[in-house]
Ligand binder design. Structure first.
Ligand code: ASP
Length: 467
C-alpha cells in the first residue's frame, strides 16, 4: 500500500538506513551551500532534511521548495552531529541526508491563511472557507486526534460492557425535543417531509422494546435553532440507553466512563471531586442562580475539571400562554414517588422528573432520564401538554403501541460530545473541535451551503419558493 514509505515518527529507528518519506515542507533554510527543510506528515513531527549540491537536478528542486509543497524523498538517516541535537522532539537526534527528491505537488505561492500559528486571530469566515488548510494547523490536528481518541475509548469501553452500537435513521419524523426541525422534502410522497432527528430518543427507546437492552451510538443530531452562542445546527451526541435500570445505574455508568476518559485520554487534568457532587434543581438555583454551575475552586487552572450532577427538576412548567410544557424530556417518567400523580394528572406543578443532567465547569454536557415505558404514562404526559387523544395517536402511536408488546423499564442519557471535547482540549468554542463546522448563522462558506437548487429539482419535489 505504502510501498516502502515510512512515517516520520519511525525514522529514529532507521539510523544508518536508506528510507523513503513523504509529506509537506514546513520551512526551508539555506546555510551557504547546504539547504535544510523540515518535512512533516500526519503526525506533525518535523524531520530535518539536508540537501547538498551533489546532483544538480535535485539540488535545484530543493532550492525552490516552499512551505506546503508535497514531496517524496529518499535518503539516508544519520545521527546529527552532537551539539546540533534537539531533545525536545522525537526526531531531534537525527536528520535525513537526501539522495533523490520528487515533487508530488507544488503549493501556491501565498497561502490564503497562515497555518504556522494557532489561528485564533484569523477571521472565521476565511478560516472556514479554507477549512481544509485551516485544519492542517497543528492545533486542529491535535484537537481532531484527541476527539478520535475519546470516541475510540468510548466505543471500546461500552462494547466491553455488552453495549451494541446501532445506527438509527437520519431521515425521520419530527420529534418534540424542544427545538425546530430541519426538514427534507420527499420526492416520492410529494408535499410530505422527513425531519432530521433532534436526537435518536424514540428510536433508542424502540430498540429497548426490541430487546437489545444496551444500546449506544455516536449520533449526529440536528436542531434548527436561532444563533445562540456556541451552538451548531448539527452536533454529535454520545447517545445511550439501557433496559432494567434505575436512575442510579445510569448515573454510575456515566460517571465511571467520564472518569476513565479523563484518566486515560487527558491524564494532565484533575477531577476536583469524585464521586461527582450532586445537587437538586432547587439547591442549584437557590445557591448558584443557574442550572449549570461552575464549581471549580480555582478557575484560573485550565486542568481542573469540576463535574456535578443536577437532579430533581420539575417535570412541567407553564409557558407564557399559561399552558403546561415539559422542562426537559417528555419521554421521561417522574421519580417513583410521583408516578401516581402523573397518571392521575394530580399536583402537576409538583411532579419531579427522573431527569439527571451532568455539568462540567459550568456547561451542561449531558442529560438523561428513566423513561415512560407504559402507554398510560406516556399518554398522561402528552395529555398534560395539551394534546388530545387523536393527535397523541397520530404523532406517537408507534411509541404507545410498542409499549403494549412487552416494553421493559428503561433509561439512558446523551452527552454533547463536541462540548466535552472542547473542554478537554481547553478550547473556548466547539467549532475548534469539529472538522467541518458551520458559521454562527448556519452556513458552510467552503461548500457554499445552504444553496439554491435547480428549478428542475424543485419541480421534482413539487416545491415552489417565494424567492
Ligand atoms: N434525547 C435527549 C436529548 O437529546 C437525551 C436523553 O434523554 O437521552 O436531550
Amino acid at each position: 500500500m505504502q510501498s516502502n514509505r515510512i512515517f516520520i515518527k519511525e525514522t529514529p529507528h532507521h539510523i544508518g538506513k536508506k528510507i523513503v518519506v513523504k509529506g509537506w515542507v514546513r520551512n526551508r533554510r539555506n546555510h551557504g551551500k547546504i539547504i535544510f527543510i523540515d518535512l512533516i506528515d500526519k503526525d506533525d513531527i518535523p524531520l530535518q532534511v539536508v540537501f547538498t549540491p551533489g546532483i544538480k537536478e535535485y539540488y535545484e528542486l530543493a532550492s525552490k521548495l516552499r512551505g506546503e509543497d508535497v514531496i517524496k524523498i529518499e535518503g539516508l538517516i544519520k545521527e546529527r552531529p552532537s551539539g546540533m541535537q534537539n531533545d525536545k522532539i522525537p526526531t531531534g537526534k537525527i536528520e535525513l541526508e537526501s539522495e533523490t527528491i520528487e515533487l508530488l505537488n507544488k503549493s501556491r505561492e501565498s497561502l490564503p491563511i497562515p497555518i504556522d500559528n494557532d489561528g485564533y486571530d484569523i477571521n472565521e469566515e476565511l478560516r472556514l472557507k479554507n477549512r481544509y488548510l485551516d485544519l492542517r494547523r497543528q492545533r486542529l490536528h491535535k484537537n481532531i486526534k484527541l476527539r478520535h481518541a475519546i470516541l475510540h475509548f468510548i466505543r471500546n469501553y461500552l462494547s466491553d460492557r455488552e453495549f451494541l452500537e446501532i445506527e438509527t435513521p437520519i431521515l425521520t419524523k419530527s420529534t418534540p425535543e424542544g427545538a425546530r426541525d430541519y426538514v427534507v422534502p420527499s420526492r416520492l410522497q410529494q408535499g410530505k417531509f422527513y425531519a432530521l432527528p433532534q436526537s435518536p430518543q424514540q428510536y433508542k427507546q424502540l430498540l429497548m422494546v426490541a430487546g437489545f437492552e444496551r444500546y449506544f451510538q455516536i449520533a449526529r443530531c440536528f436542531r434548527d435553532e436561532d444563533t445562540r452562542g456556541d451552538r451548531q445546527p448539527e452536533f454529535t451526541q454520545l447517545d445511550l440507553e439501557l433496559s432494567f435500570v434505575e436512575r442510579e445505574d445510569v448515573m454510575k455508568l456515566v460517571e465511571d466512563l467520564l472518569i476513565d476518559i479523563v484518566k486515560k485520554i487527558t491524564p494532565e487534568k484533575t477531577i476536583q471531586e469524585i464521586p461527582f457532587p450532586r445537587l437538586t434543581h432547587k439547591e442549584v438555583i437557590s445557591k448558584y442562580k443557574t442550572e449549570n454551575p461552575d464549581l471549580r475552586k480555582d478557575k484560573t487552572n485550565p486542568n481542573l475539571l469540576a463535574f456535578c450532577w443536577i437532579t430533581d427538576f420539575p417535570f412541567f412548567e407553564k409557558n407564557k400562554e399559561g399552558e403546561w410544557t415539559f422542562t426537559h424530556n417528555p419521554f421521561s417518567t417522574p421519580i417513583p414517588q410521583h408516578r401516581e400523580w402523573l397518571l392521575k394528572k394530580d399536583k402537576i406543578n409538583e411532579i419531579i422528573t427522573s431527569q439527571y443532567d451532568v455539568v462540567l465547569n459550568g456547561f451542561e454536557i449531558g442529560g438523561g432520564s428513566i423513561r415512560s415505558h407504559t402507554k398510560e404514562s406516556l399518554e398522561a404526559v402528552f395529555e398534560i401538554l395539551g394534546h388530545n387523544k387523536e393527535s397523541i395517536k397520530e404523532k406517537f402511536g408507534h411509541m404507545l403501541d410498542s409499549f403494549t408488546v412487552g416494553a421493559p423499564p428503561h433509561g439512558g442519557i446523551a452527552w454533547g460530545l463536541d462540548r466535552l471535547v472542547a473542554i478537554l482540549t481547553n478550547e473556548p468554542n466547539i467549532r475548534e473541535v469539529i472538522a467541518f463546522p458551520k458559521t454562527g448563522d448556519a452556513r458552510d462558506p467552503m461548500m457554499g451551503s445552504p444553496s439554491e437548487i435547480d428549478k428542475k429539482q424543485l419541480k421534482e419535489l413539487g416545491i415552489k419558493t417565494d424567492k
